[in-house]
Design a protein around this ligand. Structure first.
Ligand code: UN1
Length: 510
């Protein structure tokens, strides 16, 4: 038994989860920590996917009439279940996705946080009351559930992104059908298991409170996702992943007038101005660029630093980059775990080769810790000094590569460089100059969905709406009023007068 399979067994025991019913020959879960196969699961067929969607739709017809605060009670209980199993589920994220212990636990905390948020929201699905231009009339907005929400999620946040979507969708009165990444089916099975356990306990106390089939999991590859994307019974598709995937999903969903919530590639930048606190910046850069081995959609990929402070900052970064501990994600002290797989490693090496060709000077980026497994891909994070923002910097490479360019003029010049890429997810400025900070957040500033001051690009709290512009897809998930993406708005005009005046003063006497 290898270390990963041993760890998996302990986790399954703690979760009281039996994988036998899921065993098959289609989808392989492997641990990036040592490259070992953890389990092989069977995939759902297209027909099974159709059936799951139909069952979820039936459940929705009942769930939409359950009072929202009662729907919130289910999510409250799920948050409690997650609290009880935080350690085990966090460890599973580490084993299957390769996140270091603290980040695996942090991801489960993100689930708990969104559950709490959704519970409060379940009593606040407010509509407006609007002044009518007609005497004896009142106007208002009512928010209604949409139906089945399809969730397509990526390997790098294998549990939290599902929970952002499903916690909100469930309080909003929708049903959910989830197609997780093929690379992380076990974390998905574990989440579904915990949710089903919560539903069963709730139903035992209040028989029939939660309809059967309300939350479904579809294990499988692309074909299964396509069923979700194409089904007229799925009015909302929330998809997280590459821009290439999102472009296909977005078009297909739009073709049938469905709604998509897209959270796609990021190519996030930080600007460091001459007045920045450089020590704080160095620490923020390190977490944002190196954390999660550069595999967050919010990972810092481009550093745009003023020439006057570049040498000092880059020297500090080189020192940190040389000393961060790369290794087994579940070992204390590790800061950088593995890349997800070989393809990811090759993608990183190809980007570095291109950067070199485009005039870059590379520090780090080599493979390390081959002792941990032939098929485990650990790398020293890379700093790449670029002569300018070249082609390679326009792409998101899902690996710890930080490109550095300098600027000489004002913050506006740096903002122009920052915005000159196709993606628009997250961004940050480090400055002690109020004017630079405000300019960065102004309409003429960062064009991203997230624009931070004196913190890094990653690690957003759930309270804010999460998502970005341009090729990032425009969707918003998580906090603020992102819940509106999971509901439909009805405008109601009510006449309590005895007359029938028409709007705009139109006369139509019969
Ligand atoms: C993602 O990488 O898909 O802001 C989500 C962050 C996390 C979410 C990242 N809260 O980095």
């Amino acid at each position: 038994m290898t270390q990963s399979t041993q760890r998996l067994n302990d986790i399954l025991k703690a979760l009281a989860l039996d994988l036998k019913p899921f065993a098959g020959q289609d989808i392989t879960s492997r641990s990036p920590a040592d490259g070992v196969t953890l389990a092989v699961l069977k995939a759902h067929s297209a027909q099974q996917a159709q059936d799951a969607i139909a069952a979820a739709h039936q459940a929705y017809l009942q769930w939409r009439t359950v009072p929202a605060p009662v729907r919130g009670e289910l999510v409250r209980r799920f948050g409690q279940t997650l609290r009880q199993h935080k350690a085990a589920l966090g460890a599973l994220v580490s084993v299957e996705a390769g996140k270091i212990t603290s980040e695996g636990l942090g991801e489960v905390q993100e689930m708990i946080d969104i559950c709490d948020f959704a519970v409060g929201l379940s009593r606040q699905l407010h509509g407006l009351t609007i002044a009518s231009e007609r005497p004896g009339h009142r106007m208002m907005e009512t928010w209604h559930p949409m139906g089945v929400v399809g969730i397509i999620s990526a390997f790098n946040f294998p549990v939290a992104v599902w929970c952002w979507n499903s916690a909100l969708a469930l309080v909003c009165g929708d049903a959910v059908v989830w197609k997780p990444s093929e690379k992380t089916p076990l974390t998905a099975v574990a989440c579904q298991h915990l949710l089903e356990q919560t539903i069963a306990a709730f139903n035992q106390e209040q028989p029939g409170a939660v309809p059967e089939g309300l939350a479904q999991l579809l294990i499988g590859a692309r074909e299964v996702g396509e069923v979700l994307v194409d089904s007229p019974l799925v009015p909302v598709v929330s998809a997280t992943g590459s821009t290439r995937m999102g472009r296909q999903v977005g078009v297909k969903v739009a073709e049938r007038f469905g709604r998509s919530i897209l959270e796609l590639g990021g190519n996030n930048a930080m600007i460091v101005t001459p007045s920045a606190d450089l020590e704080l910046a160095a620490r923020a850069i390190t977490f944002a660029a190196v954390g999660t081995a550069g595999q967050r959609c919010t990972t810092l990929r481009r550093l745009i630093v003023h020439k006057s402070v570049a040498e000092q900052l880059v020297a500090r970064l080189e020192k940190i980059y040389g000393s961060v501990t790369v290794g087994d994600p579940l070992t204390d002290g590790t800061l950088v775990g593995p890349l997800i797989d070989k393809a990811s490693f090759e993608g990183m090496q190809a980007a570095l080769a291109q950067a070199k060709q485009e005039g870059g000077t590379i520090i780090g980026g080599q493979r390390e810790r081959e002792d941990l497994g032939q098929d485990a891909y650990y790398v020293r994070p890379a700093l790449v000094k670029m002569p300018a923002q070249t082609k390679v910097m326009e792409h998101e490479t899902f690996a710890p590569i930080l490109y550095i360019v300098t600027y000489e003029g004002s913050a506006e010049d740096a903002i122009a460089v920052q915005n000159a890429v196709p993606q628009g997810l997250s961004s940050a400025i480090f400055t002690s100059d109020l004017r630079d900070a405000e300019r960065f957040m102004s309409p003429a500033g960062s064009d991203c969905g997230i624009a931070n001051v004196n913190i890094g690009t990653s690690g957003a709290e759930i309270g804010g709406a999460f998502g970005g512009e341009k090729e990032t897809g425009g969707g918003r998930e998580s906090g603020s009023d992102a819940w509106k993406g999971y509901m439909r708005r009805a405008t109601n005009t009510i006449n309590y007068s005895g007359a029938l005046p028409l709007a705009q003063g139109v006369r139509f006497d019969v």
